[in-house]
Ligand binder design. Structure first.
Ligand code: C5P
Length: 291
């Protein structure tokens, strides 16, 4: 039987504004996603029986029905009214509980992969609808685009037009802690007085269209950063580390705690990550680019 090997990319939120809490407990947000080269590998193999099995030896990744990859396979099977099985192996490189969308990206890779292997032929639009039930960040990864604007709870995606093939290079610092997204949104409610005035998503989009790194850096913004930083001082420590290294501007991604900065080239990203990697650091360091 055929085996499919897929790269499952991480994301950064270059912009994230929480608008309000909704009746269903979720929050309406406006966000700009960027897909980056940091990735997991997903190997999918159809089974002769109807079992769905997850294989992953990274600590902190469940291999039971709470894994989003498992839930994706099950949801796709229900949507397709089939009773097939699959072995899904996840080779983890994206840190877990980081704000980098690793679990969501794995879920999207499984939906796209099994759609092919099981010959279901669902359109991207239908896959995105199934993805939205798995998690708010999953649809972005279904669209196969480098930059997308998300609205609603983040699941309504519009590709960002007019960006050509702009590629940003990043340094990412990941404090060695895991952060729970529901906790951060709950605390946003409690601390909402903390929300500062933020520049609009439009300013960031224009900066991207102009390919101006100073303008992009100035327009980076995330309403959840102050909330996570108040609970976990490691977020500001990671930001300070980046600014001490000469980066003008850096930001937390999603609900954190990973923080990132923009650098001007691959060369700078590699040099900075090896410089930061010297000595004992309470962070994991990654260099990644737009893909
Ligand atoms: O959509 P997802 O399952 O990833 O969300 C996890 C949790 O994060 C939700 O149960 C909710 O508590 C919170 N959340 C939210 N508003 C969003 C996205 C997530 O309140 N837009």
């Amino acid at each position: 039987m055929k085996t499919l090997t897929l790269l499952s990319y991480a994301k950064l939120n270059l912009y994230l504004k929480v608008l309000n809490r909704r009746e269903d407990g979720y929050h309406n947000i406006k966000t700009i996603f960027e897909r980056i080269s940091l990735c997991d590998t997903i190997i999918i193999k159809p089974r002769r029986d109807n079992k769905i099995k997850i294989f992953c030896d990274a600590p902190g990744v469940p291999v039971d029905s709470s894994n989003l990859a498992f839930r994706s396979a099950r949801a796709l099977r229900e949507a397709g009214k089939v009773n097939y099985g699959a072995d899904i192996k996840i080779i983890k490189r994206i840190p877990v509980g980081a704000g980098l969308g690793g679990g969501s990206s794995n879920a999207a890779a499984v939906l796209t992969g099994l759609n092919k292997l099981w010959r279901l032929n669902f359109s991207r639009k239908i896959l995105a609808r199934i993805a939205a039930d798995i998690g708010s960040d999953v649809p972005f990864f279904i669209y196969d685009i480098p930059f997308g604007a998300g609205s609603g709870r983040g699941e309504r995606i519009k590709p960002l037009a007019g960006l050509g093939n702009i590629v940003l290079w990043h340094i990412i610092l990941m404090p060695k802690i895991k952060v729970s997204t529901p906790l951060i949104y709950d605390k946003w409610d409690a601390f909402s007085g903390l929300t500062s005035r933020t520049p609009g998503a439009k300013i960031l989009t224009l900066a991207l269209q102009k390919r101006s790194l100073p303008l992009i850096s100035r327009a980076l913004s995330n309403s959840l950063e102050m909330v996570t930083a108040k609970l976990y001082p490691q977020v500001n420590q990671a930001k300070e580390k980046l600014t001490q290294s000469g980066l003008k501007s850096c930001l937390m991604s999603g609900s954190g705690p990973a923080v990132f900065g923009i650098v001007s080239s691959r060369k700078e990203a590699v040099a900075l990550s090896s410089r930061l990697g010297k000595g004992r650091m309470p962070f994991k360091i990654f260099a990644a680019k737009t893909v």
